[in-house]
Design a protein around this ligand. Structure first.
Ligand SMILES: *Cc1c(COP(=O)(O)O)cnc(C)c1O
Length: 359
């Protein structure tokens, strides 16, 4: 039996979107491939609220995270972490020999403007990375306020943000935030299968990257950028064309729904889960200002057996997620992202209540 995925990615993909992946293949150096890439870029620019260049990568989002920190850091990167995915960005820096420091928040708390200001005041860094939506903690960081600080006091510092589990589910205005690189994957709020990722990249990030000697090749943002511009809208290697057909189609659906409607739907689903969690458990994030709109991390205050709950949910055709890493069993997570509706969330919660004997 298929289990409906309420894990924070991958999530269920609508049948019509899946069907688009079966579109007959085209050559990746054809005019059709160029037109497809151009069409996807223009639609994604609307979703990202940006005029920056859109780059696709035939990899999951981690590829672009690794490539961006490696390509953009000339001096040293300050990696702000509020959980597993912030930590991952730091590991990537280390693995690539990129000088970096990790600045972690206490669990359940965001990266604050003050933390960023304090780090940048040292003058040591020319890049910062922030996880806009941390999928282990269910925290949304104040990326706009951090962007305002950079504009006011540190305009030369490049700003990289991870929106892997939020782009397409919550409003992220890249140009307003001033993000130089903004990364997402297809298998989360965009509602597609895993295997393709997307980023927007500013011209100044590319100019900075040109000064970095050892950028690697497959995830070299400069190489990708130059192909997109000079050999219009094509890629150095063969891109995941099936994904591109589906993404082009899905972006039409997303824009047809209306971005504001889409974001409102995510908030509505989030509110429902949060209210349920408050009634029976506790929310992991301390200050509700920073709660994620696309997934909720719940403190397991009743000490329920999460694997057992998932086993029983599985028999009914659903699956949720245990806590991530150190947060396993002490928290659990429910995603509410992509094309899910409030009714589907209600159905899931009714089943959990039934299994746990909650009212
Ligand atoms: C899922 C996730 C990633 C990793 O993305 P992949 O597409 O699996 O490589 C990175 N950051 C966040 C916040 C995520 O949720």
């Amino acid at each position: 039996m298929h289990k409906k995925l309420f894990i924070p990615g991958p999530i269920d993909v609508r049948e019509d979107v899946l069907q688009k992946m079966a579109t007959p293949q085209i050559g990746h150096r054809t005019k059709e491939a160029t037109a497809l890439q151009k069409s996807i870029s223009e639609k994604l620019q609307k979703l990202f609220y940006t005029e920056n260049t859109i780059i696709l990568s035939t990899s999951s989002g981690s590829g672009l995270m690794e490539g961006s920190i490696r390509c953009c850091t000339r001096k040293r990167a300050a990696v702000f972490s509020v959980g597993a995915f912030g930590d991952r960005w730091y590991k990537m820096a280390k693995a690539n020999g990129v000088p970096a420091d990790k600045i972690s928040s206490t669990p359940g708390n965001p990266t604050t403007v003050e933390m960023v200001d304090e780090a940048l005041a040292t003058g040591k860094y020319d890049v910062i990375t922030v996880t806009q939506n941390e999928t282990s903690a269910g925290i949304m960081n104040p990326v706009e306020e951090i962007g305002a600080l950079l504009k006011a006091k540190y305009p030369e510092v490049l700003y990289l943000i991870d929106t892997v589990s939020s782009m397409g589910g919550t409003k992220i205005e890249v140009d307003k935030i001033g993000a130089d690189v903004c990364i997402t994957s297809t298998q989360k709020c965009l509602g597609l299968p895993a295997g393709l990722s997307v980023c927007s990249v500013s011209e100044r990030a590319i100019e900075a990257a040109r000064q970095v000697e050892n950028r690697g090749l497959y995830f070299d943002l400069v190489e990708l950028y130059d192909f997109v511009h000079k050999k219009p809208y094509q890629y150095p290697s063969t891109p995941a064309l099936p994904h591109m057909f589906a993404l082009d189609y899905q972006m039409d659906k997303i824009l047809e729904e209306g971005l504001d409607n889409r974001f409102a739907r995510h908030i509505e689903m989030a509110e429902y889960i949060r209210n349920w969690a408050r009634k029976h458990f506790e929310l992991f994030v301390e200050d509700k200002k920073y709660l994620s709109n696309t997934l909720t991390t719940i403190k397991n205050t009743k000490g329920i057996d999460i694997s057992d709950l998932n086993k029983k949910l599985g028999e009914r055709g659903f699956v949720i997620s245990n806590g991530y890493g150190d947060l396993k069993d002490v928290t659990f997570r429910i995603s509410h992202m992509g094309d899910y509706t409030l009714d589907e969330i209600k159905e899931l919660i009714a089943n959990i209540n039934d299994i746990l004997g909650l009212e």
